[in-house]
Design a protein around this ligand. Structure first.
Ligand code: FRU
Length: 499
């Protein structure tokens, strides 16, 4: 991929000249790695999930977006929406970097719906002429007609006592004390990642630093915490975050950066999160980061989560060569059951199952639909799946060994290899054996939901056209292969529709 200069990377979307962007879009539409049912970047580079929320009877999702190429350039928010978390529509530019406070990037933030307004707090990345960074917490909002506005005054300026790394506000309201809060990820002067809580009685002003949120029993989350999220799920709190700089531990934390969670209780008076359970990875695959739960008031017992199907500092070479990069994972429903986190695909996922391409017991070798949904019903028997295999080599493999109880994924056999410094396989031990897999394979991605919510493993792959076989060998159970239904149109929408 060609090198980009700073000048080339810090170019804002030019609404008056969309020709160059439309050309780029025409070119990437031809790519064999465009998806059938994942939210995928319209052009250029997609990063974190932003502003995820339920508002005006639709799900809204924004993503970090650099329009002009597969590099982390000047960040904008791009907007998509959905009635059911499965069918998505491109809405166009959400928020652009058009004022001093966000002139070097509209960084990540969240969505908080109240009345007929969807509040969108985010971090403005400002840099001065010496390229010194000044982070601002800013506010945008969407009105009931879908128009997005920006508040001129920042909610808060650079916070003393921390380095330039202070960002990604996740907003929520706490009825018990009548405060709006937001949780930020910050780096302290000793270069340690910390959580910081801000609060105010009003959304538009009056914000103050409430203090650092401590996590009982833990002091080290690496050098920075990105995209923190504090979510009430039933009567528990879920703390999700993307710490940078954790060391691998056995089968865990093997990606360059990982996305983690804890379940527990919040002590707002003493600013402490008290975990009930261990500190774990949210997803056990090779590509997953910056997860965010939707601001929503319809399901108090569940959180609805989405995430970037990628990790910062990784390169997604094959599509980057074609000047684009990035997907979002399938939105997930999170619940806490008997103290354990369950992650299931959005309720309407069955809509994605089109024509049945085969129901297999024993072994099979058939053509692999480029977009597919695969259901495996198993009763702790050995199973070996080979997705997008070629005549002479395997593709992405998923195997279960009932003796050792390991479920293993491996992408190292494929022709196109990415980020191999972090290994090509991942595995999880299934204490209670294997009962079920639901696999979403979509041209350039594989997500595996294990045992009705126990684990999820999400990985990017870039199969060539001759990697087109689906193979299964199983000692028991049934595997059903469906061709996927297309629920995401790959259309070029940049200007938000006039309401
Ligand atoms: C995480 C992140 C955020 C930041 C955004 C900038 O991937 O670094 O912390 O707001 O990306 O694109």
């Amino acid at each position: 991929m060609r090198e980009w200069t700073r000048e080339e990377r810090y170019v804002a979307l030019d609404m008056k000249d969309l020709g160059r962007l439309e050309e780029l879009h025409k070119q990437i539409r031809e790519s064999i790695w465009r998806c059938d049912y994942h939210v995928q970047t319209v052009t250029g580079l997609m990063g974190d999930t932003n502003g995820f929320s339920y508002f005006n009877n639709r799900w809204h999702l924004f993503y970090q977006w650099f329009p002009y190429g597969a590099v982390h350039g000047l960040k904008h928010w791009y907007h998509v929406s959905s009635p059911d978390l499965v069918t998505w529509r491109n809405e166009g530019l959400g928020i652009g970097p058009d004022e001093l406070y966000d002139d070097k990037g509209v960084f990540s933030g969240s969505g908080y719906p109240e009345g007929d307004t969807l509040y969108l707090p985010y971090t403005g990345n400002h840099r001065d002429e010496n390229w010194v960074r000044f982070p601002y917490q800013l506010l945008a909002w969407m009105d009931k007609d879908g128009k997005i506005h920006k508040q001129e005054e920042p909610l808060y300026g650079p916070i003393p006592g921390y380095t330039e790394h202070q960002r990604d506000p996740k907003m929520f309201f706490r009825e018990e004390d009548g405060y709006y809060y937001f949780l930020l990820g910050v780096q302290n002067e000793q270069k340690k990642g910390r959580f910081l809580l801000m609060r105010s009685k009003e959304i538009r002003k009056g914000w103050e630093v409430y203090g650092e949120l401590k996590v009982r029993g833990y002091d080290d989350f690496g050098f920075m915490i990105e995209c923190p999220d504090l979510e009430r799920v039933g009567d528990k709190w879920l703390l999700l975050f993307s710490p940078q700089g954790l060391e691998p531990q056995g089968d865990c934390f093997r990606n360059v950066y990982n996305n983690t969670y804890m379940i527990g209780n919040m002590d707002f008076e003493n600013l402490e999160f008290i975990p009930d359970g261990p500190f774990r990875e949210l997803d056990r695959g090779l590509d997953f980061y910056a997860a965010q739960c939707a601001g929503q008031k319809i399901w108090p017992e569940r959180a609805v989560m989405c995430a970037w199907f990628g990790v910062s500092d990784y390169s997604y070479g094959p599509t980057a060569e074609e000047d684009y990069s990035g997907l979002q994972v399938m939105p997930r429903i999170l619940t806490i059951e008997n103290g354990e986190l369950k992650q299931r695909p959005a309720d309407d996922w069955k809509k994605l199952e089109g024509e049945c391409a085969g129901e297999f017991t024993g072994s099979a070798d058939v053509e692999m639909p480029r977009g597919a949904v695969i259901e495996v019903k198993n009763y702790n028997a050995a199973v070996a799946l080979d997705l997008y295999g070629a005549e002479d080599h395997k593709g992405f493999t998923v195997t279960y060994d009932p003796e050792e109880k390991y479920l293993t994924i491996e992408r190292g056999y494929m022709e196109n290899q990415i980020n191999t410094d972090y290994g090509t396989d991942r595995r999880v031990r299934l204490e209670n054996g294997l009962q079920e897999l639901i696999i979403f394979a979509d041209h350039s991605s594989v997500e595996i939901f294990v045992n009705d919510g126990e684990y999820v493993l999400s990985s990017r792959i870039f199969p060539t056209l001759s990697e087109n076989r689906f193979r299964v060998e199983q000692a028991g159970g049934t595997t059903t292969l469906f061709k996927a239904v297309r629920t995401v149109e790959d259309d070029f929408v940049i200007c938000p529709a006039e309401q």
